[in-house]
Design a protein around this ligand. Structure first.
Ligand SMILES: C[S@@+](CC[C@H](N)C(=O)[O-])C[C@H]1O[C@@H](n2cnc3c(N)ncnc32)[C@H](O)[C@@H]1O
Length: 401
């Protein structure tokens, strides 16, 4: 793990990645940081809404509208990808909106397509349909696999060199390419990749470097997953998202990486937070947990209080979110002044008032994340606890003598 410290990636931020044997890789402040300062901004590698939230989540701009029953634009084939407006829909479905460049007038806006998004949908549309037939009640398992599908599609997109930029309107072979997950060169030269944010963008390789706790899983959890080995391996291999020689254990390590490093994605509505899915931000995964965290995550994109609502046709409340398309950007801010060299941490568990006792905190982290917390608060509390129980023992010995 210490060999995989990508410190150079974080040049523009006031942090470095370092390593310790007990806590793995983690962030430290490379200078003094002041309260409220942004220490890191990241874009997600992938996001997946929970099934019952998918109709209010925009596949393109990643906005969530809790006031809408369902967005009007969606993929009828998979019924999984919904879009908040036509512009977002067009970015994912460029064929229907193809513009003949010769007929384009000077003032006409070109349709800008997000090639990576288009390819991702092409690769996952079929699998998403088959996935709906997976008859399980385990919502957690289902949502983890949904996210894994999106992440594995990233691998193929990266292989296809998605960074090439070119205008839509040139001849495309996409129509002949409907069922093939193999991405040919012509396909990849047809779109503009829209990526204007300065937030850090992760890659599939970054995901692979994340920590897995698969080997620490209790047997009953392993058994639960094993029950679905045949269905899942068939699903991933038939869609070419997994290579033929991949083993189920490889898949379970990826599942564990999602569980140990995934972030809940929240919307804020009338002052309350609601969870609508999960996402993976590999660079943000260098934040270790602390029971007295000095940083917190803010997901700007989902803050409904900052997004204008406008009433559109059919009396349906829809988002007017063009100026807010942050594509799921998450930023991390300092919760207090932090001095150079101090570890930067966030909290993985809900204990806002710091009221949970040491044993409960550690038990929660062990059962949900499979690690024994070694944060400075737990170490201090543990020392005090030991001292107290030693004093009590001594007192009891004295009383008995
Ligand atoms: C999101 S990752 C954080 C980065 C990780 N240290 C690494 O090397 O990739 C979460 C994992 O880091 C380790 N970790 C995080 N906080 C910790 C803590 N307070 N004490 C011990 N280990 C911790 C655990 O192994 C946990 O599963």
């Amino acid at each position: 793990m210490e060999n995989t410290i990508p410190s150079a990636k974080f040049n523009q931020y006031p942090l470095n990645v370092t390593y310790s044997q007990t806590k793995g890789r983690y962030f430290v402040a490379k200078r003094d940081i002041t309260l409220g300062e942004v220490v890191l901004k990241c874009l997600p590698l992938s996001t997946a809404p929970f099934d019952n939230h998918r109709k209010r989540y925009c596949y393109t701009c990643k906005i969530y509208n809790p006031f809408s029953n369902s967005f009007k634009f969606y993929c009828k084939s998979c019924d999984l990808c919904y879009f908040c407006d036509r512009e977002c829909f067009n970015q994912c479905f460029p064929i229907e909106q193809k513009i003949d460049e010769k007929n384009l007038k000077d003032n006409d806006e070109k349709v800008i397509c997000n090639k990576a998004l288009f390819l991702k949908h092409e690769l996952t549309c079929n699998i998403s349909r088959k996935f709906s037939s997976w008859n399980i009640n385990d919502k957690h398992m289902k949502s983890v696999v949904r996210l894994l599908v999106q992440i594995l599609a990233e691998r193929l997109i990266e292989k296809s060199d998605s960074k090439e930029k070119i205008d839509i309107g040139k001849e495309s072979s996409i129509n002949n390419n409907e069922n093939s997950p193999e991405l040919n060169e012509q396909t990849s030269s047809v779109f503009i990749l829209k990526n204007s944010s300065i937030a850090l963008k992760n890659s599939f390789q970054d995901f692979l470097l994340l920590q897995s706790h698969y080997l620490d899983w209790p047997n009953d959890i392993k058994r639960d997953w094993l029950k679905h080995e045949k269905f899942l391996m068939n699903l991933f291999k038939s869609s070419k998202l997994l290579d033929e020689d991949a083993k189920f254990e490889d898949l379970l390590h990826m599942v564990s990486k999602i569980e140990s490093n995934g972030f809940g994605v929240y919307y804020k509505c009338k002052g309350k937070n609601g969870l609508f899915g999960r996402a993976i931000y590999p660079y943000a995964s260098f934040f270790n947990h602390s029971c007295d965290a000095n940083c917190d995550a803010i997901q700007d994109n989902y803050d409904k209080d900052e997004i204008q609502l406008s009433t559109l046709v059919d009396d349906e409340s829809e988002l007017s979110c063009n100026s807010n398309k942050l594509c799921g950007e998450m930023k991390f801010v300092a919760l207090r002044n932090i001095i150079k060299g101090e570890e930067l941490t966030i909290s993985y568990i809900q204990d806002e008032n710091g009221l949970l006792p040491l044993q409960s905190r550690r038990q929660k982290l062990l059962s949900e994340y499979y690690f024994l917390c070694q944060c400075s608060k737990c170490i201090t509390d543990e020392k005090q606890y030991r001292k107290k129980s030693k004093n009590t023992k001594n007192r009891n010995v004295k009383l008995n003598t």
